[in-house]
Design a binder for this molecule. Structure first.
Ligand code: SF4
Length: 363
């Protein structure tokens, strides 16, 4: 596939997007501010969830902690309580730490350039570009999944967007497109365009202002672009293991028929659609198994292990749960679990995945 991209300049692209954006954009509170703290806050939350779900969290945080000083000075437990429901509490702790870093090392003022922003904990290229352009009008192009898709389709870029080396190519293209006089507006526009017009499935090509120049549309390649390589092992399954432990006992179960690892022993399993499990689901699952855990106690899984089989790949996440009392016979029967001591577990048949996990935790 040859690209239509001409490296000198494509002013029509920015002009079309900047014309489209004011008429289609969603009205979101972080789009009404130039405060780098508020912009950063919104980006941290949006990395965790979709716009609709993230909005109440953003409003809660910005109301409770209107400045980076307020967030930095807050007790960590309190910050975690506000984060409750977003999952992955380590991200909330990182956010809290970054706020303290800004206060201590930068006197409470966010660094004023893309390069300096990158030095903050947890701030990667995307977030740095978003803050630098939205807050300071720095001419640096953002690159997220939406932007990759729009550029690949409009300019016929066939590089695999899952390959790290492709980032450079897309960044170069985006950097030549972003206008010097409206970098913030342009970045917002291209992301919003990808989110609501040039969507992954069924983009609205019929009413698209870029249609006449869009490579994918003109060549019938919309479903081919962007190119994103898939894992060789076929489908990926996400196993969330709940490793229930009471004193020196682990609760395990024998796997049933009609699935991989039939007859081998593993832990209580929750299979999900993704590697991320909302904290609420963790709490509910533990309760359904007869245990108890508070939302604030939910941690990232202690271990992530991958196992590649011939037709599928298993991404396993292990959630250890220390119980304060043994599971009741009723709970054991419901969950199909049985208690085992370390010496007994040794002799149980287990997949390599489970064997590796047990050996890693030194049980
Ligand atoms: S014509 Fe279709 S594929 Fe091309 S930019 Fe517009 S919405 Fe996207």
């Amino acid at each position: 596939m040859s690209s239509t991209f001409v490296s000198s300049s494509n002013p029509w692209f920015g002009a079309a997007l900047l014309n489209w954006y004011p008429r289609h954009r969603r009205d979101l509170p972080w789009r009404h501010t130039r405060d780098p703290y508020a912009i950063w806050l919104s980006e941290v939350i949006l990395q965790q969830t979709r716009v609709k779900q993230g909005l109440p969290y953003y409003l809660d945080f910005i109301t409770t902690y209107p400045t980076v000083h307020d967030l930095a000075a807050a007790p960590q437990d309190e910050v975690l309580r506000h984060w409750q429901g977003l999952g992955y509490y380590s991200r909330a702790r990182n956010m809290h730490h970054t706020a303290q870093q800004v206060v201590q090392e930068y006197s409470g003022r966010f660094p004023g350039t893309y390069a300096e922003l990158l030095k903050l904990r947890g701030v990667g290229q995307y977030t740095a570009a978003a803050i630098a352009s939205f807050a300071y009008d720095e001419q640096v192009a953002v690159l997220d999944g939406n932007v990759y898709r729009v550029l690949a389709r409009v300019f016929g870029l066939a590089q695999d967007i899952a390959a790290p080396a492709s980032r450079k190519v897309f960044q170069q293209v985006a950097d030549t497109l972003i206008p010097a006089d409206q970098p913030a507006e342009f970045n917002q526009a291209i992301m919003e365009f990808g989110a609501i017009q040039c969507t992954p499935v069924k983009p609205d090509c019929l009413f698209c202002p870029l249609q006449s120049q869009c490579y994918a549309f003109q060549h019938g390649l919309i479903s081919e672009l962007p190119v994103k390589s898939k894992a060789k092992a076929g489908r990926t399954r996400y196993f969330h293991y709940f490793v229930l432990q009471y004193e020196d006992t682990l609760y395990m179960r024998k796997r049933g028929p009609k699935d991989i690892w039939e007859g081998l022993y593993d832990f209580a399993l929750h299979e999900a659609d993704s590697a991320d499990l909302p904290a609420r689901t963790v709490v509910d699952t533990v309760e359904a198994l007869g245990g108890r855990i508070d939302l604030a106690q939910v941690e990232e899984p202690v271990q992530s292990l991958r196992h590649v089989l011939s037709h599928q790949k298993v991404e396993a996440r292990f959630h250890p749960v220390k119980l304060e009392a043994p599971l009741t016979p009723k709970a054991l029967a419901t969950a199909g679990l049985l208690p085992y001591k370390a010496s007994e577990i040794e002799s149980l048949p287990k997949s390599i995945l489970i064997t590796n996990y047990i050996s890693n935790i030194g049980f």
